[in-house]
Design a protein around this ligand. Structure first.
Ligand code: NAD
Ligand code: UFG
Length: 336
């Protein structure tokens, strides 16, 4: 039975495909390569010994999707494809709604038409918005404050409504906290185009000498050292959470939203120090003003994932910084 993986050559999708192939799952990889490279397929093959089946396709083209579902025996879908830059979503919201919402509607419609009922979706902790309490449980109110977060929240609502309308569906939205790290082989990792927005790829680009110094966005938050606190999760732990979610879907109907996080937070400076200590590389940094739209601190209550999926994180912050650096130092230009 085939699992269709959308966004399969992206950062998280590629790590999931490795994990799935190594556990003997049959995956069909789909991506439009807008934010990833065909070279990812070679890396997956090198790590797993399996040549992945790949289709270049765009979710915004429904006829293409229909064709793919008609010729393949698809049993379930893991849906990673989409845009993810918070700032860009504020300057170009329609592009985000078109891809993340309209593209996802195409997928849901084709799934319904072709009687494919199981879906795992990449949601985000960003759906919660300003924390009313910490850690966030799944019952925390949803109030995303940027278009990117809105697209995730809207997709979650569509999934919940679809499951209510038809009891054959089983769907899980996984709300990721902050994925970092890379495959321990150093052959797969995060490869953002241009100057990274996110903290970890910025740190590794400073470490490799491509960027001069890290800007730390604010040191006057009410946190342990004044810098922002997040729940960092190793991408391999995250990938395994998806394997567990597929197992869960095989035995349960209906809709669930589930946090995937480690359950504790680290500040920006704690992450920098862990990186320096583990890798013996200095990261010069300067304190900059707060970044607009940033929250001071949040982390996950991950007990629902443990209860429903039998999943908890296994890897530590030291594993995350070691593997991020192994990837970047061996591939200073990413996949190029
Ligand atoms: P990524 O950009 O590396 O991967 C997304 C992939 O989707 C890319 O390979 C891109 O080419 C592809 N894609 C985009 N639009 C497409 C379309 N219309 N048709 C086909 N392919 C398309 O991002 P990622 O970090 O791997 O994130 C995967 C998912 O997880 C995204 O939905 C993202 O919003 C979500 N997420 C990511 C984070 C994070 O910090 N990385 C946090 C929370 C949620
Ligand atoms: N930060 C810096 N300097 C940088 C980049 C980030 O100090 O150059 C700080 C931020 O201010 C924040 C922390 O590092 O305190 C983490 O920032 P990231 O940009 O790495 O991540 P965010 O928490 O802002 O957001 C990420 C993804 C979102 C996702 C969210 C889920 O970008 O898509 O995690 O928790 F929704």
């Amino acid at each position: 039975m085939t699992i269709l993986v959308t966004g399969a050559t992206g950062f998280i999708g590629s790590h999931f495909c490795v994990q799935a192939l190594q556990q003997g799952l049959d995956v069909l990889l789909l991506d439009n390569l807008e934010n990833s490279s065909l070279k990812v397929l070679d890396a997956i093959e090198q790590v797993t010994g399996v040549k992945p089946n790949f289709i270049e396709a765009d979710l915004r083209d429904k006829s293409q999707l229909t064709q793919i579902f008609s010729v393949n025996k698809i049993d379930s879908v893991v849906h990673f494809a989409g845009y993810k830059a918070v700032g860009e979503s504020a300057t170009n919201p329609l592009m985000y709604y078109r891809n993340n919402v309209a593209g996802s509607i195409n997928l849901l419609e084709v799934m319904k038409e072709q009687a494919v009922h199981k879906l795992v979706f990449s949601s985000s902790a960003t759906v919660y918005g300003e924390p009313v309490f910490n850690p966030y449980t799944e019952e925390h109110r949803k109030l995303p404050f940027n278009p990117y977060g809105q697209t995730k929240s809207m997709m979650e609502d569509m999934m919940a409504d679809l499951c209510k309308s038809d009891s054959q569906f089983s769907m899980v939205a996984l709300r990721y906290f902050n994925p970092i790290g890379a495959h321990p082989s150093g052959k797969l990792g995060e490869d953002p185009k241009g100057i990274p927005n996110n903290l970890m790829p910025y740190i590794t680009k400073v470490a490799v000498g491509e960027l001069a110094e890290l800007g730390v966005f604010g040191d006057d938050y009410d946190t342990v050292d004044g810098t922002g606190v997040r729940d960092y999760i190793h991408v391999m732990d995250l990938a395994e959470g998806h394997v567990k979610a597929i197992e869960y879907l095989n035995n349960h109907k209906g809709y669930e939203a589930i946090n995937l996080g480690a359950g504790h937070g680290y500040s920006v400076l704690q992450l920098v120090k862990a990186f320096e200590d583990v890798n013996q590389v200095k990261i010069p940094y300067v304190i900059k003003p707060r970044r607009e739209g940033d929250l001071a601190a949040y982390w996950a209550d991950a007990t629902k994932a443990e209860k429903l999926l039998g999943w908890t994180t296994q890897l530590t912050i030291n594993d995350m910084v070691r593997d991020s650096w192994a990837w970047q130092s061996r591939n200073p230009k990413g996949y190029n």
